[in-house]
Design a protein around this ligand. Structure first.
Ligand code: FAD
Ligand code: MLT
Ligand code: ZN
Length: 502
């Protein structure tokens, strides 16, 4: 089976919706971060363009600055490159030829999927060629019995999920950017999202990968088997390596069965302590049917109610939780959920709440949580942190940063995946300020490391965090990463300035 689907309108409208926010372009990365120097790469010339035109034709090579603009700016408008060339291959063979040519001519390349990444990894820093996988969007096969879907890297996550749901299956990951992000981007960032608690991360769900190395070699590890211990598990090198070790061209993912019964609760709570108590109770009382457990503070909810005019179905509280159950027996699931809710409410752990199994109402509750990222862009400039912490310290950084920044920040908010110990700390300021940046970094990373947390739980390191990777990884580990990079991409053409410190 080969299903080709057009880039869905949600992608275009999502990106447009967000790009109308700021009329002025963000400062060029090279000017905002003058310490980063352009590597010793060739500059694009007419001979290079002629080769790309010969390979892809005129329409799949963008070189007009206005056509290239959206590929140069990241989702949160914090970084901007000035690439003059966007390539849109349709096959692995084309990706291989492009990389082989770029490697020979020392042209740097920035791989890009849906460009929803939040660490500046998906756009060029200087003039790197953008290799967009957006036209590699065929589903190659779906096995109804095993649940395995094999597809090209440019398939949009939501479109894959829609196709699988028609067959009684689903994608094992879900995130607010699902209408735009590509499975290749998800794999390359090892994206977590809203249901990691239930289905685990992509190191488990991805069964196989086809990727192209910097020199054009195609690495075929596109196994669809759950068990395959023949040699080193090379697929793991590409999962989460953010386009620095190779370009992912195809993936095989295990899709679990679509649940028959789904319930969603939005809860209001008086303290963070109450969130911890509720999470513990949810784990124990709901156990195998708990599929998502998320939290947000009042300032995060305010982002979507004030800026996006969404309506909350419950009153105002300092904290909120979204708890989802999914299972196979409606009566059984409802009984369990009701018993859990009655328990936490009668004991005063949860102050108020609403629960629903109606699709429209569930969507409305999910929007309150999922659209915070989009809503925050209305605040101005965002310093965005994505941190794993021991569960008891989960919320500690938010009040600390609030106190440290005082009136410098217009909003310090915290929301995230409480079930995975992963908080998103967001600091809103009217506009970028190097002085405020100095107040926030490296303090935020030092604090995280004091608590033995991770400075990147799920978004990756990208362009924003390489100088700080040592807060979460040892010197020897970083050195081995550098060795791997050198071996797989000796000329350093793949996504330079990202992930590893120079
Ligand atoms: P891009 O942004 O295009 O690229 C991301 C990185 O992967 C870049 O370094 C790029 O060079 C590399 N890359 C892309 N495609 C390939 C490829 N085929 N081969 C090699 N390298 C490649 N992330 C989470 O983990 N959890 C969330 O819950 C979550 N929610 C989000 C909600 C919103 C509203 C937004 C805007 C973002 C969210 N993200 C989340 C971040 C982002 O969506 C994910 O990182 C996503 O996986 C990126 O996919 P993409 O296709 O947009 O990749
Ligand atoms: C989320 O969980 O909403 C995402 O990871 C995006 C964000 O951090 O804003
Ligand atoms: Zn997240």
């Amino acid at each position: 089976m080969l299903v080709n689907f057009k880039r869905v309108t949600t992608l275009v409208s999502f990106i447009r919706r967000c790009s109308t926010l700021s009329k002025s372009l963000p400062e060029l990365t090279k000017d905002r971060y003058p310490n980063i120097k352009r590597g010793d790469y060739a500059e694009l010339n007419q001979n290079h363009l002629d080769y790309f035109h010969g390979l892809l034709g005129q329409n799949r090579v963008l070189s007009d600055p206005s056509d290239c603009e959206m590929y140069n700016i990241d989702f949160i408008k914090g970084v901007r490159g000035y690439s003059q060339c966007v390539l849109k291959p349709q096959t692995t063979e084309e990706v291989s030829k492009i990389l082989s040519f770029c490697n020979q001519h020392r042209l740097a390349v920035c791989p890009q999927g849906g460009n929803t990444g939040l660490v500046g990894g998906s756009v060029p820093v200087f003039d790197e060629i953008v290799l967009s996988t957006s036209l590699m969007n065929n589903i190659i096969s779906i096995d109804n019995i095993s649940g395995v879907v094999v597809c090209e890297a440019g398939c949009i996550l939501e479109s894959l999920d829609d196709v699988l749901r028609e067959k009684g299956l689903m994608m094992p990951l879900d995130l607010g950017a699902k209408g735009s992000c590509n499975i290749g981007g998800n794999v390359s960032t090892n994206a977590g999202g809203l249901r990691l608690l239930r289905y685990g991360n992509l190191h488990g769900s991805v069964l196989g990968i086809e990727a192209v190395k910097a020199n054009g070699d195609v690495i075929d590890c596109l196994s669809t088997l759950k068990k395959d211990n023949t040699g080193y598990h090379l697929k793991h090198l590409f999962i989460g390596s953010e386009g620095t070790l190779g370009i992912v061209t195809k993936v095989a993912v295990h899709g679990p069965s679509k649940p028959k019964s789904l319930n969603l609760a939005l809860l209001g709570l008086h303290s963070f302590e109450n969130i911890l108590q509720t999470y513990e109770r949810a784990k124990n009382d709901l156990s195998e049917i708990l599929s998502s457990c998320e939290m947000m503070d009042e300032r995060s909810l305010d982002v979507v109610t004030s800026h996006l005019k969404l309506k909350s179905p419950i009153g105002d509280f300092p904290f909120y939780m979204v708890v989802e159950t999914s299972g196979s027996n409606e009566k059984h699931d409802e009984e369990k959920l009701n018993a859990f809710l009655e328990g936490v409410m009668s004991e005063g752990i949860v102050a108020d709440g609403t629960v629903t199994n109606e699709p429209g109402k569930m969507r409305a509750i999910w929007d309150l949580r999922e659209r915070i990222t989009e809503g925050l862009l209305h605040d101005g400039y965002l310093f965005k942190y994505d941190i794993s912490l021991p569960i008891k310290e989960f919320y500690s950084l938010v009040p600390k940063m609030k106190e440290r920044l005082g009136s410098d920040a217009s909003r310090v908010s915290g929301y995230g995946h409480i079930g995975d110990g992963n908080i998103h700390l967001n600091i809103s300021v009217p506009e970028f300020s190097p002085d405020i940046l100095k107040k926030v970094e490296p303090y935020v990373y030092e604090l995280t490391s004091t608590y033995k947390g991770s400075i990147s739980a799920e978004h990756g390191v990208g362009f924003r965090k390489p100088p700080y990777i040592h807060y979460s990884k040892s010197e020897n580990a970083i050195s081995l990463m550098k060795d791997l990079k050198k071996m797989m991409d000796p000329n350093g053409i793949l996504n330079p300035y990202k992930v590893l410190p120079s």
